[in-house]
Design a protein around this ligand. Structure first.
Ligand code: GAF
Length: 391
């Protein structure tokens, strides 16, 4: 964790809370995430390999004596009010991540009271680093502590995901919330989304850095295309299930079944499903690479994942492809690919530690020359998951 950044952010959130509510809050942090490999596999009951990073949402909460909910977003300098009895979508986007969590807690019949909440963060928004999942998880974790609800970590993540699915309307899988809640320093999380079993895989090679290049674009079709990909996967699965009802998700499907039952019906759906089935296998193979310390092989698989996301799953965009192409022949970059939902946001790059500065300079200069955008760059450190900071 970058403790200096957290401390100054925490101070700002704390001071704002004091100024608005004249009270001493409970403060919780929840991080953003990277994902090394296993993209668009979580909602297909597949495997993912994310990690929490040293960028956080910080939430300060305090109890009220009435049923009101008073919210303030430090970064937007906006306030919003609601009540426990009238939870509905707001005209602003950010309150929905908090109110969606409240609604989920209410549906599960947890005893809530009114509360005040201030939050801020240093996770860049729209960069595909899961600032929304971090806000959902920080809110659920903070309310759990504030009202002593006794909710376990897995349920915190599931509540965050349900808020996003049902209130915000993005049919995401569990990866982002799980990584935010379960992150550990210098460890990747190999999560099996079929049963939520997981194992930590050490990732602490001093010769490598995780470098994120942020395209600085987020194309507007991102959430509609995300839901459409999910539907296409479900359709492909249904074609197989007509013949093999024992196949419960694409995770159980074989390439032979895709060839036989999906390819003749819909070539696009076949491409989507083919990508998912091969990506799940790629993740398994990639984890073996990591156990053998074979980072070069792992990096090659990252490039293969990008190719699948670009040509078969079709969730990349020109800016992401340019960033990946710029490093393909650079021996200091072992692997690179677009990360997260797609249509903008970041690429994740595995870079030789002693050549990070040189790679950053070359990529950012060439990206600006080709696109006119100034790519932002983050060197991500793998950090611990959601925790109480003070309270
Ligand atoms: C987004 C979603 F929120 C995740 O659940 C996951 O599907 C990811 O896109 C793609 O792998 O981050």
């Amino acid at each position: 964790m970058n403790t200096t950044a957290v401390t100054s952010l925490q101070d700002s959130v704390y001071e704002k809370f004091q100024a608005l509510f004249n009270d001493t809050p409970l403060i919780v942090r929840s991080p953003g995430r990277v994902n090394l490999i296993g993209e668009h596999t979580d909602y297909n009951n597949g495997l993912v390999l994310p990690a929490a990073i040293d960028k956080n949402i910080i939430v300060a909460v305090g109890k009220r004596n009435d049923g009101a909910i008073r919210l303030h977003a430090l970064d937007q300098d906006q306030s919003y009010s609601s009540t426990l009895a009238t939870i509905e979508r707001s005209p602003l986007l950010w309150p929905d991540y908090i109110l969606g969590v409240v609604q989920q807690l209410q549906q599960r019949e947890y005893p809530l009271h009114g509360f005040n909440l201030v939050f801020g963060g240093d996770i860049p928004q729209g960069a595909g680093l899961s600032s929304s999942a971090a806000l959902e998880c920080a809110t659920a974790f903070a309310l759990n502590e504030l009202f002593a609800l006794g909710i376990q970590r897995l349920d915190i993540a599931l509540i965050g995901q349900a808020a996003e699915n049902e209130f915000v309307g993005v049919k995401c899988g569990l990866m982002d919330q799980f990584a935010s809640v379960f992150g550990q320093e210098q460890r990747l999380i190999k999560l099996d989304c079929a049963d939520f079993s997981y194992e930590y895989i050490p990732f602490n090679n001093p010769d490598l850095r995780i470098v994120l290049f942020d395209t600085q674009v987020k194309h507007s079709l991102a959430s509609s295309a995300y839901n459409e990909r999910r539907e296409q996967c479900e359709y492909g699965l249904s074609l197989i299930q007509q013949h093999h009802p024992e196949v419960k998700s694409l995770r159980d499907a074989t390439l032979a079944q895709l060839d036989q039952y999906v390819k003749p019906v819909d070539r696009v759906v076949y491409n989507r499903c083919y990508y998912v089935v091969t990506e799940i296998q790629r993740l398994q193979d990639g984890c073996e690479d990591l156990k053998q310390n074979d980072f070069e092989s792992f990096g090659r698989r990252m490039f293969e994942t990008h190719d699948g996301l670009q040509h078969l799953y079709e969730v990349s965009c020109d800016e992401l492809d340019i960033l990946v192409d710029l490093v393909r022949d650079n021996p200091a970059v072992l692997g690179a690919r677009m990360m997260g939902g797609g249509f903008g946001g970041c690429t994740i790059n595995l870079v030789s530690a002693d050549r990070v500065e040189e790679v950053i300079a070359a990529v950012t200069n060439a990206y600006t020359a080709k696109t006119g955008y100034a790519a932002h760059v983050y060197v991500a450190n793998i950090s611990a998951g959601t925790s109480v900071i003070t309270g």
